[in-house]
Design a protein around this ligand. Structure first.
Ligand code: PLP
Length: 405
């Protein structure tokens, strides 16, 4: 019999958020166990519903959304994206600079496939949302990780980033607000990174999918508001998180900056966009309504809001566990706590998470899956209701109380 093997192109590609741990949890569920899933940032299963206006608008457009659209996406949605950025003081994005995708995920891989040659380097944060590292590797590039500093609110360590720029570096990825840390970068940090990109002729890839999920006094700075006309910036955002429709797959990418110098790259992007024909058309119709409608996410993140209450509860209960410390997330849907290695000398965080899953039926994501080098962090989502968070944190504390790695 012929043996069929995966492509060599996948040898360096890792995406462990949906890896063996999840498979194990699914087997346990199939055997009748109830698993508390703190592993994936998918709002809908936790009872978060999309704004009604979005659903109504999509349903109304469904009969008219049977054909392929323009490969960049429908005009009305791309215009809404342009207007959205104009409202944020970004005036150098035109309708044809906006690409709609089946979620931001598709556009991340597309933008890197169109750019990278073997050995080209992209600076990616550590920890990161691992699709970035995986997509760089899949495109033949090398992800070079710059540190985000836990002792400085998990902001990027700009010196470390600068020291990793080489003549092979093509761009810098910023994830702001950040998954997995919840950090929101102040203007001076974004500016310092944009200045480096300007100095070295690099592209900024700015993943801003959580830009509307902000807590306390956090203010989000769009990278494109600082890159101006001389730094090429690709901004990514979409409806999966703030509008809670991850399953409909709706996101966008907006190109700003010196587009004439990037004409060849943009031609490559257009080729790949044409090859996948277009994004899911019914979900494209959600964009205009979402951006122009009532911003119901605010009800969830302001004081008294569900997301904020859940973040506060999880943060407080984590920090009450001996040997566990956790920065307060300023945005997004996650916490990235540290397990003090003196107290918990974990060698293999995958095994740690598996033991937790088997003993307490809680599913977390391990820190190393986010390209964090040491096995001393994990990520949990703050999406479950407060009672479930209390339950999960109580079980975690019990588990850690007797844990012997
Ligand atoms: N970027 C970040 C930072 C994310 O956390 C996620 C999803 O979790 C994505 C992109 C992908 O989102 P989408 O559903 O738009 O593909």
């Amino acid at each position: 019999m012929a043996e069929f093997k995966q492509s060599h192109k996948l040898h360096n590609v890792l995406y462990d958020i949906r890896g063996p741990l999840l498979d194990h949890a699914q087997r346990m569920e199939a055997a009748g166990h109830r698993i508390l899933k703190l592993n994936i940032g998918n709002p809908a299963p936790f009872g978060f519903e999309a704004p009604e206006a979005i659903l109504v608008d999509m349903m109304r457009h469904l009969p008219k959304a049977q054909g392929y659209s323009d490969s960049r996406g429908i005009f009305s949605a791309r215009t809404a994206v342009v207007q959205y950025y104009q409202g944020r003081g970004i005036n150098n994005i035109d309708v044809d600079d906006v690409y709609l995708g089946n979620g931001v995920s598709e556009l991340i891989t597309l933008s890197l496939q169109a750019l990278l040659n073997n050995g080209d380097e992209i600076l990616v944060p550590a920890p990161d949302y691992p699709l970035w590292t995986a997509s760089v590797s899949l495109a033949g590039g090398t992800a070079v990780h710059y540190l985000c500093d836990e002792s400085e609110h998990w902001w990027p360590d700009v010196e470390d980033l600068a020291s990793k720029i080489t003549d092979r570096t093509k761009g810098i990825v910023l994830i702001n607000p950040n998954n997995p840390t919840g950090a929101v970068y102040p203007e001076h940090v974004v500016k310092a990174i944009v200045d480096l990109a300007r100095k070295h002729g690099l592209i900024i890839f700015s993943d801003e999918i959580y830009e509307k999920i902000l807590y306390d006094d956090a203010v989000h700075v769009n990278s494109a508001s600082l890159t101006g006309d001389d730094v090429l910036c690709l901004t990514f955002s979409g409806l999966s998180k703030a509008y809670r429709i991850a399953g409909y797959r709706s996101g966008w990418m907006a190109i700003s900056g010196p587009k004439r110098d990037a004409a060849d790259y943009i031609e490559g992007i257009n080729l790949l966009a044409n090859m996948r024909l277009c994004a899911n058309v019914p979900a494209q119709h959600a964009i205009q309504t979402a951006l122009g409608g009532y911003q119901s996410i605010n009800d969830l993140i302001l004081p008294g809001g569900r997301l904020r209450a859940q973040r506060d509860k999880a943060h407080q209960m984590l920090n009450d566990i001996p040997g566990v410390s956790c920065e307060l997330a300023q945005g997004a849907l996650y916490l990235f706590p540290r397990l003090d290695p003196e107290v918990y000398p974990i060698k293999d965080d995958e095994q740690f998470a598996l033991d937790l899953l088997k003993q307490q039926k809680i599913l977390i994501s391990v820190g190393t899956a986010f390209n964090w080098v040491r096995p001393d962090h994990f990520r949990m989502v703050t999406l479950p209701n407060v009672e479930d968070i209390e339950d999960a944190m109580t079980r975690l504390a019990e588990f850690l109380g007797s844990y012997k790695p």
